[in-house]
Design a protein around this ligand. Structure first.
Ligand code: PEP
Ligand code: MN
Length: 338
């Protein structure tokens, strides 16, 4: 952190600013130029409240010079994190993780059939929502606990680990016992209570990027989970809200590169929610791999026309198989494998 003093500041104001910085736990280096006096914080400036510092008399401007996330920061952890989601299934290493399945669990037949089909094409994990965050209270809200039971049945039938969304802190211990990866949806990316509680859980967390979250806000949400002790955070770019309405959201593929530069955490891409249209999913999946994503999470439904949620963006198992046929080639071009 760097603090620039106002022209004409008093000695009392300078001493006070220095004292506040020291109280925050840093050493203060003073650079006294002819026109400008600058205070540099040496050490971890996390303990200094930047807005309070900014409000001090005599202070012109306060600038942060290092990122506010520490555990998620690549600076302090140069190697990529490799997270194991089930025995032998990892994300963040050379091998890409592909998660596929319907938006929502609808019946035992549906989830098991889709699980078997995507597994046959090379998916290593099954997705399926049981608790659904819907814009309308009149839309299908998911099967709840019955849906989690069906996911477990599909896991028993295939051996695929399951990824499913948690919405309430009330369900955390149940999820911790019954699912393999806990998804935090875009709408809950800044549900700080939920994030803090997930910091105490020994399960990988798939943290989707908030609808309008900056990359820094997203990494700060990861930091919440990691600060609690759970360092198994998988980031998921799922499109952000922009002025464009042709697509459901705008897939921010440059965020994959940005996050991989700033953080050691793995990043997967969800082209289904980003585009909102099934016909775009294959190309955007391939583009995501080319951009350096560590994996994909794709909505696949055996009967998209009759899906209870997100049918318009769900691809069929046949389309998924075709996508997987091409994905290996792109992966190889960027030094990865499927
Ligand atoms: C989902 O994965 O089905 C979902 C609701 O995702 P998001 O939070 O990205 O909208
Ligand atoms: Mn969905």
């Amino acid at each position: 952190m760097v603090v620039i003093m106002k022209p004409g500041f008093t000695k009392k104001e300078l001493d006070h600013a220095i004292a506040v910085m020291k109280e925050g736990g840093v050493n203060v280096m003073i650079s006294q130029g002819a026109e400008t006096t600058i205070l540099g914080a040496e050490g971890n400036a996390q303990g200094i409240d930047i807005t309070k510092m900014q409000a001090l008399p005599g202070v012109e401007r306060v600038m942060r010079v290092s990122e506010p996330y520490k555990k998620a920061n690549r600076k302090y952890h140069p190697d990529d994190s490799v997270i194991e989601i089930a025995p032998g299934v990892t994300v963040g290493g050379k091998k890409l993780l592909v998660v596929a399945g319907p938006c929502s669990v609808e019946s035992e037949g549906q989830i098991t059939q889709v699980a078997q089909a995507v597994q046959a094409s090379g998916a290593q994990a099954l997705r399926g929502g049981a608790f659904k965050p819907r814009t309308s209270p009149y839309s299908f809200q998911g099967m709840g606990y019955a849906g989690l039971d069906l996911l477990e049945k599909a896991r028993s039938a295939t051996g695929l680990p399951v990824v499913t969304e948690l919405m309430s802190t009330d369900d955390i211990s149940y999820f911790a016992d019954h699912v393999d990866v806990i998804q935090v949806g875009t709408r809950n990316m800044q549900n700080f209570d939920l994030l803090k509680r997930l910091g105490k859980v020994d399960k990988p967390i798939l943290l989707k990027r908030g609808l309008s979250a900056t990359i820094e806000e997203w990494l700060m949400s990861a930091e919440y989970i990691m600060a609690g002790g759970n360092e198994k955070v998988i980031l998921c770019e799922r499109g952000i809200r922009t002025y464009e309405t042709f697509t459901r959201n705008t897939l921010d593929l440059s965020a994959v590169l940005a996050v991989k530069k700033q953080s050691h955490l793995p990043v997967v891409v969800d082209p289904s929610h980003a585009c909102g249209q099934a016909w775009m999913v294959e190309r955007m999946s391939l583009a995501a791999i080319a951009a350096g994503a560590d994996g994909l999470i794709i909505e696949v439904h055996n009967d998209p026309v009759h899906a209870l949620c997100d049918g318009q963006q769900s691809i069929t198992p046949e389309q998924f198989a075709a996508l997987m046929g091409k994905a290996g080639t792109i992966a190889e071009c960027v030094g990865r494998e499927l």
